[in-house]
Design a protein around this ligand. Structure first.
Ligand code: NCD
Length: 369
């Protein structure tokens, strides 16, 4: 594995091996080690963060390395108009591994094309958040003892909540039953739902009845409404406060099941739920450090584990990506690149119409040519 941009590029076997390394890191996240002595992590955060940035830096320091970076791009040369490519070509001279969070979808992949050192995607717009998914999987595996055949309810803003899409795609090889509960307009992005059903053969159900869905859940994964990604404040106000995972919902869940949330929460889980044994979101946060220690250690070759990562090459096409938030819309020197979509069940393509279908290499949006 050279970069870590999209967790769905890891096979079930690779993911399991990475989680095994994370298990070994759990005691070291407390006691520390020096296997990364002399190594430097750069964290480039173009969007707000508490947990992801601090736990990445903590992970690097627990490994014995050091961290540097910025938490606000306004304080970097981006404010002078520097391109992302040039920023990366700068930072890769100063650090051994780079973690980036950026509002544009596909930004981390673009960085990986310009970087001489490994790039970690710490969140790219509403697209993916693979390090969060790694810690979510670690939490589930440690708390429930398995990842296979789970009933997972994804509740909240599944449209813009990158953690929900990332988790759904990463769980696919473990054959989950996914139940989605989202306010109208905030359902899973169509390209994610289609890919899960048609390409990965995942069972994805949708319902409005959160309490009924909770009754059969091994995991209830809750996300906040991603206010910052709405195009208008009216659209946000229409859905604000439209779902609450309160005690009434949680008490219906089986004993030993888990309520998880990537955090921050706003109003979707009231504090009264925190005392329920099923509420594990604070414990989940704790796994952020060992999960990211494992990732950094593997990327830097500090542990003797070969973890293959499927690199995907795109085909350049003179076709602008239809997603206004795609990195190709803002960093104009990037060439539009696509991969052909190979689908098992052609009939599910109805809404995309006839023609050759492609997926944007950067943001995964689908287009028909
Ligand atoms: C999430 C994110 O940034 O996508 N937070 C996190 O990294 N723990 C979820 C969110 O912001 O709602």
């Amino acid at each position: 594995m050279k970069h870590f941009v999209d967790i769905s590029r890891l096979s079930k076997q690779s993911l399991t091996a990475l989680l095994d390394v994370a298990d070994e890191m759990v005691p070291l996240a407390r006691d520390g080690t020096d296997i990364a002595a002399g190594k430097i992590l750069a964290t480039l955060f173009y969007e707000p963060s508490t947990r992801t940035r601090l736990s990445l830096e903590s992970a690097m320091q627990r490994l014995g390395g050091r961290a540097l970076g910025f938490a606000d791009a306004a304080a970097s040369s981006v404010a002078k108009g520097e391109s992302l490519a040039d920023t990366i070509r700068t930072v890769d001279k100063y650090a051994d591994v780079i973690a980036i969070r950026h509002p544009a979808e596909g930004a981390a992949l673009a960085c990986s094309f310009y970087s001489e050192v490994p790039v970690i995607n710490a969140g790219d717009g509403g697209h993916l958040h693979p390090t969060q998914t790694l810690l979510d999987l670690l939490t589930i595996r440690r708390e429930l003892g398995r990842l296979d055949n789970l009933s997972v309810v994804l509740a909240g803003d599944l449209r813009y909540g990158r953690t929900a899409s990332s988790l759904a795609l990463a769980l696919a090889p473990f054959k989950p039953q996914l139940v989605c509960v989202a306010p109208e307009g905030l359902e899973l992005p169509p390209h994610v739902a289609r890919r899960l059903r048609a390409e990965l053969g995942t069972a994805v159900e949708e319902t409005d009845d959160l309490a009924a869905a909770a009754r059969g859940a091994d995991v209830l994964y809750v996300t906040r409404i991603q206010q910052e990604r709405f195009f208008s404040s009216d659209d946000y106000l229409k859905v604000k406060g439209s779902y609450v995972v309160d005690k009434r919902v949680v008490e219906r869940m089986p004993e030993g099941s888990l309520v998880l949330h990537p955090l921050p929460r706003v109003d979707e889980i009231p504090p009264a739920v925190d005392d329920d044994a099923r509420a594990r979101y604070f414990e989940q946060m704790r796994y952020g450090v060992p999960a990211r220690m494992a990732l950094i250690a593997v990327l830097l070759g500090l542990v003797d584990k070969d973890i293959p990562y499927k690199e995907v090459r795109g085909e350049e096409l003179e076709l602008p990506c239809p997603n206004p938030r795609c990195i190709t819309a803002s960093e104009k020197y990037l060439k539009n690149s696509y991969t052909p979509i190979l689908d098992k069940t052609e009939s599910l393509f109805g809404e995309l119409g006839e023609g050759k279908r492609y997926r944007c290499l950067y943001c995964d949006y689908e287009v028909v040519v």
